[in-house]
Design a protein around this ligand. Structure first.
Ligand SMILES: NC(=O)c1ccc[n+]([C@@H]2O[C@H](COP(=O)([O-])OP(=O)(O)OC[C@H]3O[C@@H](n4cnc5c(N)ncnc54)[C@H](OP(=O)(O)O)[C@@H]3O)[C@@H](O)[C@H]2O)c1
Length: 391
């Protein structure tokens, strides 16, 4: 148990679930009992209700909400656009591609003045946009400084400047990443951003810069929602993208190759699913979040090893996780030499010490992550692979 302090959140009562929050002793007892019982097939606290239509209906409806989602055609942006539509909002989605399966697609580029909008689109968006979500840029952990800083630095500056042009604006939300904390030391809460940390890659630094710019824009009604890796089937359909972020490890593990992880991956990796993440963004728009920072992750706190096991389960594969001694850079280099994917090589030790009580700062009721989103990720990968083999 000594190494499992993160498990304190596992059996915590959720606001709105009809139970009283467990005290510290109760939480410890619940966590201890969890470790005596066999793990369920899906990593899920017993009290978590299955995701269903009624849960989705609970999103607060805000009359006359016109949401502009910058980057709303991506993996997370599509889930956010769908959740906004379910809440009754009118949705516009801006991307360089310009088309969208949800709401109205608008062509633009956050790196350009006035988001590169045509005069007609600019006039319409200015006239009635009440809410904005910043959800642009990829999560590639291997992108270089040029691409990352252009998007998350210059793009964010221009997106924030654009908010000044919206007379009807009530609330904006920036989708940040816990990885903006880099290799932060000490206990992390919603307050910390710069702790003197080093960054593992340009993506982490880019997300740090973006959140810094948002925090410094004191005159704007823009809040921050932080997520760790977001998993689950792609809301756009098709095979999940395994080119970036944590999913890079999945094909590697499914092919039977080993990954070297400290404590054999028995540490939290702060994942959640796309639908609960999207509902948190809608909650931030509608509550509204104001200028606060929220952090959301699956309260069941699956460890990195559990994430890998659950994603591989539908394939009948047990991931080969090899103990890596905490030798820092040497372990990482060794891991790369023996085949750990390059993107993962920097994430093989506990990432940082996040205070799980940050969840309590999100007003209830909380969304419930889909009960089997990790297994569903594995099944979507398998079905995608079968479809590819048939064509
Ligand atoms: N996925 C996660 O696990 C996760 C976790 C925490 C935070 N986030 C944050 O959520 C955001 C989206 O992540 P994602 O996984 O959904 O990425 P994604 O699937 O790669 O989507 C990126 C979106 O941004 C758009 N975009 C990229 N460059 C743009 C530009 N210059 N101007 C306008 N739109 C642009 C893309 O459309 P076009 O290419 O057509 O322009 C697309 O709609 C990122 O900021 C990421 O840091 C993601």
């Amino acid at each position: 148990m000594a190494q499992q302090h993160h498990r304190a959140a596992l059996h915590r009562a959720r606001p709105g679930d009809g139970t009283r929050a467990a005290g510290r002793t109760g939480r410890r007892a619940a966590a201890r009992s969890l470790h005596r019982t066999p793990r369920p097939a899906a990593v899920r606290p017993p009290r978590a209700a299955a995701a269903d239509g009624s849960r989705r209906q609970r999103i607060v409806e805000v009359p006359g909400m016109n949401v502009l989602i910058l980057g709303g055609t991506g993996f997370l942006g599509t889930a956010v656009a769908q959740a906004c539509e379910r809440s009754g909002a009118t949705v516009r989605v801006l991307s360089r591609g310009g088309t969208s399966t949800v709401g109205e697609g608008v062509r633009g580029d956050v790196r350009m003045p006035r988001l590169g909008l045509s005069a007609a689109d600019l006039a319409r968006i200015r006239a009635d946009t009440t809410h904005v979500v910043f959800c642009f840029g990829s999560v590639s952990w291997t992108s270089g400084p040029g691409e990352v800083l252009e998007t998350h630095g210059n793009g964010m500056r221009s997106a924030l400047a654009f908010l000044h042009d919206l007379p009807e604006l009530r609330q904006a939300v920036h989708v940040s990443s816990l990885l903006a904390l880099g290799r932060a030391e000490g206990r992390i809460t919603n307050r910390e951003l710069y702790t003197g940390q080093r960054f593992r890659n340009w993506y982490e630094y880019g997300k740090y810069c973006a959140e810094r710019l948002v925090r410094d824009a004191l005159e704007l009604p823009v809040g921050v929602v932080r997520f760790g890796p977001v998993l689950g089937p792609d809301p756009r359909g098709g095979r999940p993208d395994t080119r970036h972020g944590l999913p890079v490890a999945f094909p590697h593990l499914l092919a039977g190759y080993p990954v070297h992880l400290a404590r054999r991956g028995d540490f939290p990796c702060w994942v959640t699913d796309a639908s609960s993440a999207a509902e948190i963004v809608v909650k931030a728009l509608t509550t509204p979040i104001g200028r606060a920072t929220w952090t959301w992750f699956d309260p069941a706190l699956p460890t990195l090893a559990e994430v890998f096991a659950e994603v591989c389960r539908p394939w009948g594969v047990v991931p080969r996780i090899v103990e890596a001694r905490p030798l820092g850079r040497f372990t990482r280099l060794l891991g790369e030499r023996v085949g750990t994917p390059r993107e993962l090589a920097e994430y093989t030790e506990p990432w940082f010490d996040l205070d799980v009580d940050v969840l309590e700062e999100i007003p209830g009721p909380w969304p419930v992550p889909d009960p089997d989103y990790l297994g569903a990720t594995g099944r979507a990968l398998r079905d995608g692979a079968e479809r590819k083999a048939l064509t």
